[in-house]
Structures are given as C-alpha cells and as structure tokens.
Design a protein around this ligand. Structure first.
Ligand code: AHR
Length: 493
C-alpha cells in the first residue's frame, strides 16, 4: 500500500485551462481530411468542418488551438488564404510532403473552427519569411473594428465584426525551420515585429508569444529573457518524446518493455526542462508575468508503414496515453509558470487525439487521457506527494506512480494518477490532511502497454467507470491496475 498525501489547504496556483491546448498545422492530413473536408463533402460537416471531429473535440473541452504551424507558419502568407476560394493561390508545402496547398482553409475557416469548438485562437505569425507589414496587417485584418484597409477587406470577405485573437506567436522555431537565427538576432527581430502586433481593442489585449528554446537550449531562454523579456507575455518551449536518437525513431506500435520504459524516462525529462527554463525566467521575471508556453510536445514515432513520410501519421498506444498523463501532471505541478501547452498535433499527425480514414474516426488512448484530465481545467493546484517505487530497466528507471491533484470551484479534489508499471498493480490510500472524505468516484483507462484503437476496433481502449475507490475514515482506498490512468473526484466533508 502506498500513501498519496494531499493537503487541500495548500493552494499552489490556478491550473490554466490552456495547459490542455492543441495544435493544428497544415501538415499531412491534420487540417485537410482530418478537420476540414469542405462544404460539398459527403462526410457530415458544418461549414466544411467535420461534425464527428468537432463533437469529439468539444467533449474534451479543447481550450485553445494553435494554427497554422509549426514550420508551416514561417512560410505561410495569410493573404493567400482569404477571399473567393477559386481565386486563392496554390503553393507547395515544402516542409511537409511537398504537396499542393490550395489555401482553401484560411483565416476565416480557422476562426469558424474555433467558434465551433468553443476555444480560443492562437495564431502563429510568419517572422521567418514574412514582413513586418504582413504580420501587422494580419492582426489589423482580424482585430480592428473601425475603418481601415484591412478591416474593410475583412468585411468585403464576409466578416463584419472583428474576431478576438487571444494569442499571437511571433515566429516559430526561429532557431531552426523559422530562419536558423541566433538568439540575439531573433531577440531583436522579435522586439521589432511584436511592436506592430497592435492591440486594437482595449478589452482584449493580445498575448504575445516569443519563440523559445528547443529542448535544453538554456542559452536561448537566457538571451530572450534578457533582451526581450519585457516585450513578451509568453515564451515557447518545444520538446518531443522519442525513446532513443532523433535520427533513429522507432515504430509507434510493437515495442518491447525496454523501449516502453525508455520512452517514459524521456517523457519525464520534461520535468527537468520546465524546472530549469523556469529558473532562468525567474531571474528576469520573479513575478512570473511571462508564461512558459509549451506549444509543441508529444511523442514522435516512425510514420505508419506505407504512408507519406512527410505526413507524420503515427498510431497511438497506451504508451502514448502514459506520455500524455505524465506530461499533463508535470504541467499542472508547474502551473505557476506554465500557462499554456499544445499537444502536437490534434488530428492524424504525431501524437494525435483523433485519427481519421475517410468518413471514419477513432479516439486514441491520448484522447481518453485528455478526457480524464479535463476536470483540472481552471482548478487550484494543491500540494500532493505519493510514496513511490522505482521501476523499469537498468538503463531506464522511472517512478511507478505519477500524480497531480487540484481543487475545483466546488471544493472537491480532482485527482489524476498513472501507474506506469507494465505489469504491477498498486494499492493506494489517498490521505487528505485534516479533512474527512465523504465520497469518491472516478473513471479509468487501462490496457497493455501496446494496446491501441483501430478503425475496425475503435473501442479496444476506452475509459470505464471506476467503482473501486472506497471512501473511509482514513481517506480513499483504491487499486491501480498495471498500465492505467485514473481520474478521481473526491468530495470532502
Ligand atoms: O509538429 C511538427 C513540427 O515539429 C512543427 O512544424 C515544428 O515546429 C516542429 O519541429
């Protein structure tokens, strides 16, 4: 029996709902096919957006969506994606498969997607190959209410009211695909470009996000905070999980236990990254005004055999569910600095929550983790600590249990806990300090490490009611099966 200690009276900060955000790029079948099929499609849609996909995403309460890239963002010219569709320019998507991008999904379509999802838009601007004027005019087009060339053009294209743009990224991976810049150079460019990302509305200030580091590039963070910290609201961080080297990625399915634990070890590295980047940010911004925005994270496996290597289409197993559970727990525990995170990517690309094939759609194990974790959105993180064992292999040691706990606005505890062990269950006693428990209920996601859903067996992995949590004098007693994720709602007296 392991104890999970919780102090309901020690509140450590609000868990921003945007920590459970998503990312959709013009990459492979994410936007086209996965989300947007066009109004004339036989696949049921509203204004061209797949109804099944929108409904599934609404159910997990997607809080924010990043678009149009990724690397694509620094080659995207927004004016190509507005106006009559027949007149929109076609371009080559050079980063992703060299396919023709017909620009039929542009600003208006993205904003319609956010409307249908009920989420905030996070637009990523083009600093790498775009001009200051182009970025500035995009913001004017989207957000200016009065009379101006761009606002008038928006009206001409059928949208009277300005949209609310909550988040705006000034370039993407400008240390790499976004221009191969040095940190000092980018910091200066960021200062210049963001100047023209104007706030046209007093009520809705745009939250400006600077391009942050790749993984453990602490020098990038230091330089950006030093040179441009006061001009930004957020600094991004990108980190992908793959078990061994970048050059030798492995298959999404059919892995052995050594690879399973190695993948989890690499996932847990996010804790160190967030901690160390936060420490640097603390030096320049002790009030924690600037958010750490982990706007690309997730598993990067080999593509599925026979699919376009540039489309990054991969399966998604219980191993990926564990990656999601651990990562979201880490973000919760760092909610004082991590203000948004966006899993890469939403549909059909990398660690997708949904996969589609023609008119069929499946929810991946990762989808179900987001479903379990949505109860944390907007809650107060409370102090928790779980007694643990170290498990794994000689080279990949990981803790067996991984948790985070928040308190919702009704004073209930929302607990998420994963048992990373592939073969060992674990009894747990949740002990809330100084409080008695009146009830506990929950849901569970469980399986073998390599289990996944297919179009033929879409519910091979799914959540179920979890009836084994027993509320008693000492707290809540429950048993976590091997390779499982549980969400418990605990009512206190
Ligand atoms: O998510 C896929 C790609 O990974 C993004 O386009 C880029 O920003 C990152 O390198």
């Amino acid at each position: 029996m392991k104890k999970l200690y919780v102090n309901p009276d020690e509140k450590l900060g609000r868990i921003s709902p945007e920590i459970q955000g998503h990312f959709s790029e013009h990459l492979g079948r994410c936007i086209y096919e996965g989300i947007f099929v066009g109004e004339d499609s036989e696949i049921p849609n509203i204004n061209g957006l797949r109804t099944d996909v929108v409904e599934a995403l609404r159910a997990i309460r997607v809080p924010v969506l990043r678009w149009p890239g990724g690397c694509f963002a620094d080659e995207y010219h927004w004016m190509d994606g507005i106006g009559e569709k027949s007149g929109r320019k076609k371009m080559i998507n050079t980063h992703w498969g060299g396919v023709v991008e017909d620009n039929s999904f542009g600003t208006h379509e993205f904003m319609e997607l956010c409307r249908q999802l009920g989420c905030k838009p996070y637009i990523n601007g083009n600093l790498g190959s775009g001009t200051v004027r182009e970025m500035s005019e995009w913001v004017e087009y989207m957000t200016f209410e009065g009379t101006s060339p761009m606002a008038d053009l928006r009206r001409k294209n059928g949208r009277e009211e300005p949209w609310q743009v909550d988040y705006f990224g000034v370039g993407n991976e400008n240390w790499g695909c976004g221009g191969n810049m040095l940190p000092e150079y980018y910091a200066n460019e960021y200062r210049r470009y963001q100047t023209y990302v104007r706030d046209y509305s007093e009520e809705h200030r745009i939250y400006r996000i600077a391009c942050g580091p790749n993984g453990d590039d602490y020098e990038w963070t230091d330089t950006l905070m030093k040179m441009a910290g006061k001009f930004m609201d957020g600094l991004s961080l990108h980190y992908y999980t793959y078990p061994y080297e970048w050059e030798n990625k492995t298959a999404a399915t059919g892995f052995d236990l050594a690879e399973y634990y190695q993948t989890l070890k690499k996932t847990l590295y996010m804790e160190e990254l967030v901690t160390r980047h936060s420490e640097i940010m603390d030096r320049y911004d002790p009030e924690k005004r600037v958010g750490l925005i982990v706007d690309e994270w997730g598993a990067w496996h080999q593509v599925e055999p026979g699919t376009n290597p540039g489309f990054l289409y991969q399966q998604n197993t219980m191993r990926d569910a564990m990656i999601a559970a651990v990562t979201l727990n880490i973000f919760n525990k760092h909610c004082s600095r991590v203000k948004m995170a966006n899993i890469a990517q939403m549909v059909n690309v990398l660690q997708a929550v949904l996969l589609t094939e023609g008119e069929r759609m499946v929810k991946t194990p990762t989808y179900h983790v987001f479903d379990l974790y949505k109860a944390h959105q907007g809650g107060q993180l409370v102090r928790s600590y779980v007694e643990n064992e170290t498990i794994g292999t000689d080279t990949a040691q990981v803790p067996q249990l991984h948790e985070s706990v928040s308190m919702d606005e009704d004073g209930r505890l929302q607990v998420t806990i994963a048992n990373l062990s592939a073969d060992q269950g674990q009894e747990i006693l949740l002990c809330p300090a100084g409080r008695k428990v009146s009830a506990a209920e929950g849901r569970i996601l469980r399986g073998n490490t390599g289990d996944y859903n297919t179009f033929e067996r879409p519910d091979a992995v799914k959540t179920e009611a979890y009836t084994e949590a027993a509320a008693g004098e000492k707290g809540v007693r429950f048993a976590l099966p091997a390779c499982s994720v549980v969400h418990l709602t605990v009512s206190l007296e």
